[in-house]
Design a protein around this ligand. Structure first.
Ligand SMILES: [Zn+2]
Length: 296
């Protein structure tokens, strides 16, 4: 697979997620090896073409699509794996990863079609921190321990705190475990957007110049619109989060599947929690379960 040059020696292996490759004094740092597990073979070829050396893997977070190729790299080149402290347990346990989305242990490989594999993490860090030639910045929201990595020459590997616009449109409800935290992260990135030469979302094209701020703003808008859309689909009556999710997906033209509803519910539950704290949502519990009356 051909590597894309990002300037100043930085390289990107295309994919969803894409993998950032950063030359260091002693070898290479790889951010988010991605999936499937067989992707490790392409990464190993790239590593040997670049001269090898010590290989360090840095993870933005623990999701299965970001970590599937990790174990192959450990076995082939003895890569050392570093993860944000809060992401370590979920990175090492597919069951925990699934439980964060499903609400308990889900059937194996149910939420996504990709096989969720366990990995071994060798060390953790607490952002902000210098990690293997990169600056880890705390960007929680998509997951609680999510970090973005600032590379030399002001390139930001944003991970999943900023999505590409096509993905934003296709999912309608972007996946964030903490809706309010994700918005806070995005607003903070937007405030610094002019300091980033390039921004690399894990899922989407690399952007530079004015497009950095525009992409962050598109992500902010998608989250800011959600409560308004939720009010629209609930039409002023109390509604359970699952029905709210399905109606929002339908409104946005996204297929309603067990997976799309389960993923959307994660963001919506945390959005409803935020609205409750703001006095803008009231829970109603009866034989139909917990339903939420939204009043923006
Ligand atoms: Zn993710």
């Amino acid at each position: 697979m051909e590597l894309r040059k990002l300037g100043n020696g930085l390289l990107l292996m295309p994919g969803s997620p894409a993998t950032l490759i950063v030359p260091t004094d002693s070898g290479l740092t790889l951010v988010d090896p991605g999936y499937p597990a067989e992707r490790a073979r392409d990464l190993v070829s790239a590593i040997s073409a670049l001269g090898g050396g010590d290989v360090t893997v840095v993870l933005t977070h623990s999701h299965s699509d970001h970590v599937a190729a990790v174990q192959g790299l450990v076995e082939a080149v003895g890569a050392k794996v570093l993860a944000p402290r809060l992401e370590v347990c979920a990175a090492e346990s597919p069951e925990l990863r699934g439980a964060m989305t499903f609400g308990g242990r889900p059937p194996r490989n149910f939420i996504h079609s990709l096989e969720a594999l366990p990995i071994r993490v060798h060390g953790s860090f607490e952002a902000p921190a210098e990690v293997a030639g990169l600056r880890a910045i705390p960007t929680p929201g998509h997951s609680f321990g999510h970090v973005s990595l600032l590379a030399p020459s002001d390139l930001l590997y944003a991970g999943d705190c900023v999505f590409g616009e096509r993905l934003l449109r296709s999912v309608v409800v972007p996946y964030h475990q903490d809706y309010a935290g994700a918005l806070e992260t995005l607003r903070s990135l937007e405030g610094n957007a002019d300091t980033f030469r390039k921004l690399v979302p894990s899922h989407g094209p690399v952007v530079s110049g004015k497009r950095v701020s525009q992409l962050i703003q598109a992500n902010i808008r998608a989250l800011e619109e959600l409560p308004k859309l939720a009010v629209r689909v609930t039409s002023g009556r109390p509604m359970g989060v699952e029905e709210m999710a399905a109606r929002l997906l339908k409104l946005g033209g996204t297929p309603i599947t067990p997976s799309s509803v389960i993923l959307a519910c994660v963001t919506l539950r945390s959005m409803v929690a935020h609205l409750l704290e703001q006095g803008l949502a009231t829970p109603v519990a009866d034989e139909r379960g917990v339903r939420w009356k939204l009043s923006l």
